[in-house]
Ligand binder design. Structure first.
Ligand SMILES: C[S@@+](CC[C@H](N)C(=O)[O-])C[C@H]1O[C@@H](n2cnc3c(N)ncnc32)[C@H](O)[C@@H]1O
Length: 296
């Protein structure tokens, strides 16, 4: 929409010509700044001052708060180095299982082994598929371009669920997604609605599932707020030797996951962030394993 048409839409006709375009733009910017300062109230200075300065300070606090909190934790827990540096490469970490997963993801249309190298971690952590009986993946793969985090119009909904079904030949595979149009059921696959941003929808999903699961994957919205709500639900369902994997983490979120690892450690739960040669990181959590049992 052009500025001119905004001008005509926003201003009543009797005001047009009396209020200049510049003034209109300025008032729209101030309105936006005020909205952001209000929405990010936790980061806004609780003091007087002009709006543009308060806005800049608010954004600065929101942008750096996880890095600063992590630095704070490290300043008194000097032994704490969040396990952030584990890199898995095809040269050092390929196994027959990861090669099989590579083929299955690609054949079924999932990007887990094309855009990403996630099959390397999964091949190591899930090396004994016969021992796994119940799996949940959040994020089925919408091909609706209007849905956030969609797979693109050419995407195949259910791609990774079919790949998991091929790999875990006796397991029940559960999927969940916010896009109701792509829900389906097939042999050993059942899918449900969930909105990861809504804890009551996550709780309703948990009621549809077996009481405990071996493997839970978060490949949904990929926002830390959604990750946190999903992790809380996943921890209530995950078997002690099971795995929770949060996919598609990127660099600006590293400090958040470093802090999360520290909080989990206070509860005796170990976790690790995996990096790859290709883009995207995975935060791995296992409620009952020691860090030495995590793939390295
Ligand atoms: C990248 S796709 C999943 C791809 C699939 N796991 C695969 O590898 O084949 C991400 C999915 O997350 C879903 N999603 C987006 N926001 C969500 C939310 N708030 N709750 C649950 N799912 C969501 C989208 O509808 C989309 O289907």
């Amino acid at each position: 929409m052009s500025l001119k048409s905004v001008y005509h839409k926003v201003l009543p006709s009797w005001l047009r010509g009396k209020v200049g375009l510049g003034l209109l733009v300025e008032s729209m910017m101030l309105r936006r700044e005020r909205e952001i300062v209000t929405r990010l109230a936790c980061h806004a200075p609780f003091s007087v001052g002009n709006l543009p300065d308060r806005y800049t300070l608010t954004l600065g606090s929101a942008g750096s708060c996880y890095d600063e909190l992590l630095g704070f934790v490290q300043s008194f827990d000097s032994g704490y180095t969040p396990a952030l540096a584990q890199v898995l490469t095809p040269e050092l970490h390929s196994t027959p299982q990861s090669e099989l997963l590579n083929v299955l993801f690609e054949r079924n249309g999932s990007d887990k082994s094309t855009t990403h190298d996630y099959h390397l971690l999964y091949g190591l952590a899930l090396a004994m598929p016969a021992k796994i009986s119940d799996i949940l993946e959040i994020g089925i793969g919408s091909n609706n371009p209007k849905v956030i985090s969609n797979m693109g119009e050419e995407g195949t909904p259910g791609a990774s669920l079919y790949a998991w079904r091929d790999y875990f030949q006796a397991a029940r595979i559960f999927g969940a997604d916010v896009d109701r149009d792509i829900l389906f059921s097939a042999d050993r696959i059942q899918t449900f609605f969930v909105d990861q941003l809504d804890p009551s929808a996550l709780a309703a999903l948990a009621k549809e599932l077996p009481g405990s699961l071996d493997l839970i994957i978060d490949d949904g919205l990929h926002s830390v707020r959604a990750n946190l709500a999903t992790l809380q639900m996943a921890l209530s369902l995950c078997r002690p030797n099971g795995w929770i994997f949060v996919e598609d983490i990127y660099e600006p979120q590293e400090a958040f996951f470093g802090l999360l690892a520290w909080i989990l450690r206070q509860e005796g739960i170990q976790s690790k962030l995996y990096k790859f040669t290709k883009q995207g990181m995975i935060f791995a959590v296992s409620p009952g394993r020691q860090l030495s049992d995590f793939p390295a």
